[in-house]
Ligand binder design. Structure first.
Ligand code: NAP
Ligand code: G4F
Length: 344
């Protein structure tokens, strides 16, 4: 069973597990407009057993375990956008943090032999690091999102050590793809650059261009989640590429792919800065390589190409009047959305 099956990682993981012969259950929550575009885009929507549940409703989580009778639970659902966590810190604490405990409690009561994967995050390291980070590096969260994820990280360990539950933390560094949400910086860049190349947009407004991230490719990373739950012992693993690049470099490479100079289009806008930011992240995945046999297949330059080419192709299809499951055509201009930074 996958929580967060309608998100980027959930969709790729579901496809990966189906290809392995798994029967896949996924929880979805009630929204005014259903959000199944990723499952449809990957052409797996009809092969998933979809169960209604919400992270803030613990009985619905227990019920979803009963319905699926799962052997493995991949807990991916969360309020996953760091920027929003500064605007909605309390709901982020519930959804991204406390719900991990609800899921673990449901497992403990229903079937403590279920193997549990927690989507932990490199954000838990926070700001101020300058060296490559591993499972033993200190945590110092710099956002309400990171604090909630750190709580989930510790609850996962507590249930592992206290109740003998096979519970693992995947400490995943940023991973991206053409299925990434449009608010995250990589997809914002690839999507807007593609529109600029086709004359549909004329500028790209961004915040902190100096932030460095260790960006990998989401389909590679979901394989690591599965490997963790097949390992002989439950444990915590960093999943990363061990390379780091600035947001500026992501812009440079994206526009270069389209034969354009990023400096002609990118403008810095203070509305996209955060009250606190993490300026450097780079992960050491040696433990995963040695214990799980995992390593990244796709590195930075290839990732940029994949994302930009796919966004370009989608907008070309859209210009030709084609209709297909896709998020960008419905997305409003971000600067029209009122954020706290915008008000101040
Ligand atoms: P995502 O695309 O934002 O997906 C989040 C998922 O959570 C969606 O399916 C969403 O459902 C679901 N969700 C949110 N609130 C919910 C609620 N109240 N009840 C039920 N479902 C709810 O995130 P992602 O990039 O796939 O990331 C997956 C997980 O890994 C997240 O926990 C994220 O924090 C963590 N993570 C991500 C990265 C990364 O770089 N991608 C790195 C480290 C950790 P709707 O479709 O209904 O909104
Ligand atoms: O793409 P981002 O919003 O991702 P962020 O904050 O690193 O979080 C993502 O990765 C985490 C793993 O490390 C996950 F846990 C989390 O769920 C999420 O998937 O921002 C990346 C960097 C930040 O430093 C941000 O300040 O890009 C900088 N940035 C600069 N301009 C921008 C923008 N970010 C966004 N979203 N939009 C901008 O215009």
């Amino acid at each position: 069973m996958i929580t967060g099956i309608t998100g980027q990682d959930g969709a790729y993981l579901a496809k990966f597990l189906l290809e392995k012969g798994y029967e896949v259950y996924g929880i979805y929550r009630r929204l005014s407009t259903p959000n199944f575009w990723r499952l449809q885009y990957l052409e797996i929507f009809d092969r998933i057993n979809l169960v209604p549940a919400d992270l803030t409703d613990e009985f619905s989580l227990l019920e979803s375990l009963k319905i699926s009778d799962a052997d493995e639970v991949y807990h991916l659902a969360a309020q996953s956008f760091v920027g929003t966590s500064f605007e909605q810190p309390t709901s982020t604490a519930h959804v991204t943090g406390v719900a991990v405990t609800s899921m673990l409690e449901a497992i403990r009561h229903y079937n403590p032999h279920i193997r549990f994967y927690q989507a932990s995050s490199s954000e838990i390291y926070g700001d101020g690091h300058t060296t490559i980070l591993n499972e033993n590096s200190p945590f110092k969260p710099s956002s309400p999102y990171a604090a909630a994820k750190l709580y989930g990280y510790w609850m996962t360990r507590i249930y592992r050590e206290g109740y003998d539950i096979f519970a693992c933390n995947g400490i995943l560094f940023n991973h991206e793809s053409p299925l990434r949400g449009l608010e995250f910086v990589t997809r914002k860049i690839s999507n807007t650059a593609a529109k600029i190349a086709l004359g549909l947009e004329d500028e790209l407004l961004l915040g902190n261009l100096d932030a460095k991230r260790d960006w990998g490719y989401a389909p590679d990373y979901v394989e690591a989640m599965h490997m963790m739950l097949q390992h002989k012992e439950p444990d915590d693993f960093v999943i990363a590429t061990a390379e780091t690049h600035t947001v500026r470099e992501f812009c440079e490479k994206s526009f270069e792919e389209l034969g354009l100079d990023w400096q002609d289009y990118v403008k810095v806008d203070k509305r996209f800065f955060r009250p606190l930011d993490v300026n450097y992240l780079c992960g050491d995945y040696s433990k995963a390589r040695e214990n799980l046999g995992w390593q990244p297949k796709t590195k930075f330059e290839e990732l940029v190409k994949i994302m930009v080419r796919e966004d370009l192709e989608r907008w070309e299809r859209w210009q030709n009047g084609e209709k297909f499951p896709w998020d960008a055509s419905n997305y409003p201009d971000e600067t029209k959305l009122i954020t706290r930074a915008l008000r101040s």
